[in-house]
Write a protein that binds this ligand. Structure first.
Ligand code: CA
Length: 231
């Protein structure tokens, strides 16, 4: 496989680390592992990886701090691994620039899918950005600022469109409440906090998306929303 992506695992639990190393190299990735934050930063500086899988609970350093330091010089995709009781930590890490997260225990297929999405987003950033996104029956045309469902135009307000376009640009990845508020409502967005749920609800109605069995917009409780990137 040409251009194998290099993935760095930062994880202090030897069993999880070994499991990840084996599974990822079996899937054709070049894998490096670090069991402390310090060694991770050192390895990163020596040869920057294409993607980082980061356990939030490290012995020597807060995982969030590692995200913050990495983001000072790099846009390398970071996928966080967190424990079930680390909701606030997870949100904070996403706010500091991590790209996605998985809660332990997680399935390998899920992690592999997230890795693919994150690598694709990263390469897209380097090239021309896509202008039309298609997901199942939904199309979002960024140049024309319009969306269609089964080729019929969906009548969206500018705010609803902005919300959908943001989710579409980050399809497959979680977008936090704070990020949505900042990107869609801009400054002083805190006052719009209560609108967000209402707007998502309206958008779902227009997409004929059932929140209990969503095809498009998935809720990440306490964190944000994720648009399914299935074609
Ligand atoms: Ca740990």
């Amino acid at each position: 496989m040409p251009n194998k992506a290099r993935i760095m695992i930062v994880e202090d639990e030897p069993e999880i680390c070994r499991f990840l190393e084996t599974a990822l190299s079996d899937n054709g990735y070049i894998v490096e592992a670090a069991n402390t934050g310090k060694s991770a930063l050192k390895l990163c500086a020596a040869q920057p990886p294409d993607l980082i899988i980061l356990d939030l609970g490290l012995p020597d350093m807060d995982g969030k701090e590692l995200v913050r330091q990495t983001r000072e010089w790099s846009r390398v995709p970071v996928i966080i691994l967190s424990a079930r009781d680390q909701e606030a930590e997870k949100v904070a890490a996403l706010e500091l620039g991590a790209d996605d997260y998985l809660t332990k225990p997680f399935g390998m297929q899920e992690l592999l899918a997230r890795i693919k999405v994150a690598l694709r987003h990263a390469s897209r950033r380097e090239h021309l950005s896509e202008l039309v996104y298609a997901f199942k029956d939904l199309q979002v045309d960024l140049a024309r600022r319009r969306a269609t469902l089964n080729k019929d135009e969906i009548h969206l307000t500018p705010t609803e469109y902005d919300l959908l376009a943001l989710l579409a640009r980050k399809a497959g990845q979680v977008v936090t409440h704070a990020e949505i508020l900042r990107e869609v409502w801009g400054k002083n967005s805190d006052e719009h906090d209560h609108y967000l749920r209402i707007y998502v609800q309206r958008l779902r109605q227009k997409l004929h998306d059932d929140p209990l069995h969503p095809r498009y917009i998935f809720t990440e409780p306490g964190i944000g929303y994720r648009l399914s990137e299935e074609k």
